[in-house]
Design a protein around this ligand. Structure first.
Ligand code: WTA
Length: 697
């Protein structure tokens, strides 16, 4: 194969060999209490019953006005669900629980410092606090339905309070993960057109009280440069009545929420009834090209979907204590810490800090103290806890009935530890595969219906019909051991509506590839392209192999290669930058950065430091590369394309393959020696995403 042909090849042609894992069955005890135990749920949610099947989820909600059309496809592929319906998300997550559950904990908050007391917010207290803050937003900040508000906050109860207050007013929130830099926040403020930023003074992470407010100052500058003026910055305080940040409060722009709230004590705001298809929030995520895109999620469809899947897949009952360790700044936190669980009147645990602080027993102490019985986390965290404290869980007296893994493929050995050590062999596991764009789960076993299989996400959840296509759009058969692009045949209510302000990019990124007829209004012609590679075994279970595009999944955080490379290119000396994923025992993947310099500059530690710093300030610390290699030149095709695949092979000590057709084949060995040292023979069998990284487009 020539180099150009290799570029064209993709996941779709790869045969994958792995050992089939044994089935593990849920216990009778779990099944006896589960919310969904009927195998014929799949018939109810079959394609023949589509889209009406999703009425079952919408009926879990309280509507001001019932809808007349379940799915409107007239603006394909921008799907509209439950059209004609009117609803308010805050009412569904808070107000409607008051008659029966007002005195029940909605949120159990665990601060990172172990000597600070836990905070239990009952549904009544949540109601009061959300109303007061909604009144402030409405009167002081003059927020109305449809306005966007950017929220840049850590894991504190004030974050869901702020989100719910926005939802109460019909305002669209855009939560930016607290670990993102001020610059990243500013870009998102500008893209969303927010004129209000809600932030916080500081928070705890790994034993340190971190400065956070200063990021708002950078964010506002960046937003201003991009033409978006923010007139109010509302600053929550980590400690009531105190301001722990060193950043000055700017007069007539920055306001301490604690001070303002004094005027809103006891205030109530009626929930605003909005159309089902009104946007509820934006969540920015990385893609292959350009800037992060704002995934626009709906109100009625989204809430119905996360409520239905929280009930059936997460198996949440009102009496459960449910702990999802994700950050609310990511989609998992939105759907499965805040909206799904609260719509079900569950008790949702929020933890401020890192799982290993002050020691690796912390998560299990929290589980014991709060008597958590449903636990939800990511493979990265599981790997870390396993490495640092494999025997810790057994020291604590907690019992999970259900556990979730999400965000990355999980290795069968890691899955086994999760099952045996963390779950004590008692808990079912669901491996839930989905994306920011999809609002809720796409693939997972139904925990009381199907057996688990380590390393496989399972079949599509009820009502979601995945299919694997090869590059030419032919279906790849189950059991063929061939990988391909996993797509979804049909729309579902949790799917995002569009990319904020960029419908064209929405269509081209997610629907153009396998669209059967661009003029069609029939959903059957518009399979959804996920950007993940997968294989389906004979039993219909999908095993997800990772991204087929230039996205690196670092500890479950999605980073676009373009974002990382553009950040490196802001360093004055850097001429070219190429980033590749490096396999990491704990984080799954870490970026490895290769840069070449402009003429007249010399390689040195100083430059490496500058590149790292640029990435940290432009994106955030979690994007920090493992290495920065200053190379004399990049390996390139004759048409001048940087061969990231070759660099990925070098970083991961994998077979480099034939490079004789490159424009500069000699550079490959030079870079290899620089990275691996003399005499290393690459024999490692890399995983699929590493072998084929950078081949798309
Ligand atoms: C990956 C997180 C394997 C996948 C909810 C997807 C997974 C990307 C799984 C989305 C899983 C998510 N097994 N891979 N169970 N869950 N992924 O948008 O590559 O942060 O496309 O959403 O994470 O990441 P995102």
């Amino acid at each position: 194969m020539s180099e150009e042909e290799i570029i064209q090849s993709s996941e779709a042609q790869i045969a994958v060999h792995w050992k089939e894992e044994e089935y593990i069955y849920p216990s009778a005890q779990f099944i006896a209490q589960a919310n969904m135990t009927e195998p014929h749920v799949y018939e109810r949610f079959s394609l023949e019953c589509f889209p009406e099947c999703f009425k079952e989820y919408a009926d879990m909600l309280t509507w001001y006005q019932y809808w007349h059309t379940t799915l409107d496809t007239s603006d394909a592929p921008c799907w509209k669900w439950f059209v004609g319906g009117r609803i308010n998300v805050c009412f569904n997550c808070v107000d409607r629980h008051l008659p029966r559950n007002k005195n029940k904990a909605a949120i159990l908050y665990v601060p990172e410092p172990e000597d600070e007391p836990h905070v239990a917010l009952t549904y009544q207290e949540l109601y009061v606090r959300v109303n007061e803050f909604a009144a402030l937003l409405k009167e002081f900040a003059e927020i109305k339905a449809g306005d966007r508000i950017t929220i840049h906050m850590p894991m504190v109860p004030e974050l869901p309070i702020t989100m719910l207050a926005c939802a109460r007013l019909g305002a669209i929130h855009s939560v930016v993960f607290g670990g993102f830099s001020g610059k990243a926040c500013g870009e998102r403020i500008a893209d969303s057109g927010s004129r209000v930023l809600v932030t916080m003074d500081g928070y705890y992470r790994n034993g340190k009280l971190l400065e956070h407010k200063e990021k708002a100052d950078t964010a506002l500058e960046v937003a201003q440069e991009k033409g978006q003026a923010v007139d109010k910055v509302l600053v929550w305080s980590r400690y009531r009545g105190k301001y722990v940040s060193k950043a000055p409060m700017v007069k007539d722009r920055d306001y301490l929420v604690g001070d303002l709230l004094k005027d809103y004590v006891g205030k109530r705001v009626d929930p605003v009834s909005v159309p089902a298809e009104a946007p509820l929030f934006l969540m920015y995520t990385s893609g292959t090209t350009g800037s992060p895109k704002g995934c626009q999620h709906s109100t009625g469809g989204y809430l119905a979907y996360v409520t239905g899947t929280s009930k059936y897949v997460q198996d949440i009952h009102p009496e459960d204590v449910y702990w999802c360790m994700a950050d609310i700044g990511w989609i998992t936190g939105h759907s499965y810490i805040v909206y799904g669980p609260l719509a079900l009147a569950a008790t949702s645990v929020m933890y401020e800090g890192v799982p290993t602080y002050p020691d690796v027993g912390r998560p299990w102490r929290i589980a014991e103290q709060l008597d958590v019985n449903i636990f939800h986390t990511a493979p990265t965290t599981i790997r870390m806890l396993r490495k640092a404290g494999p025997d810790e869980p057994q020291k604590y007296n907690y019992h999970f009935k259900h556990m979730t893994t999400v965000g990355e493929p999980i290795e069968p050995e890691v899955w086994q530890w999760y099952y045996q050590a963390v779950g004590k062999g008692e808990a079912v596991i669901v491996d839930t595969w989905w994306q920011t764009e999809t609002g809720g789960f796409l693939c997972s076993t139904m925990p009381a219906i199907e057996p688990m299989k380590a390393g496989s996400a399972g079949p599509g959840v009820p009502g979601v019909h995945p299919v694997i296509y090869d590059e030419d759009g032919n279906e790849v058969e189950a059991g063929s051991a061939k990988a391909g692009n996993i797509c979804i045949r049909n729309p579902w209510p949790g799917a995002f509506q569009t990319i904020w302000g960029d419908r064209e990019r929405y269509v081209s990124t997610y629907y153009a590839k396998y669209c059967k007829n661009k003029g069609s209004k029939d959903w059957r012609d518009w399979p959804y392209f996920t950007g993940d590679g997968a294989v389906q075994s004979q039993d219909g279970y999908f095993r997800i192999l990772g991204r087929v595009d230039d996205v690196i999944n670092v500890a479950g955080h999605r980073l676009g290669t373009k974002e990382l490379e553009s950040a490196s290119l802001t360093v004055q000396e850097v001429a070219e930058a190429a980033v590749v994923p490096l396999a990491d025992e704990l984080k799954g993947r870490i970026p490895d950065m290769y840069v070449s310099l402009k003429p007249g500059y010399e390689a040195g530690q100083e430059i490496e430091g500058k590149v790292v710093k640029a990435i940290e300030t432009i994106i955030g610390k979690m994007a920090r590369p493992k290495h920065v290699y200053v190379v004399p030149d990049m390996p390139k095709t004759r048409s001048g394309k940087i061969m990231r695949r070759v660099l990925a092979a070098i970083s991961n000590t994998m077979d480099i393959g034939d490079v004789t057709t490159l424009a500069n084949p000699e550079i490959v060995e030079e870079i290899r020696k620089m990275v691996q040292g003399e005499g290393v023979v690459a024999t490692k069998e890399g995983s699929e995403d590493l072998k084929h990284f950078g081949e798309e487009g």
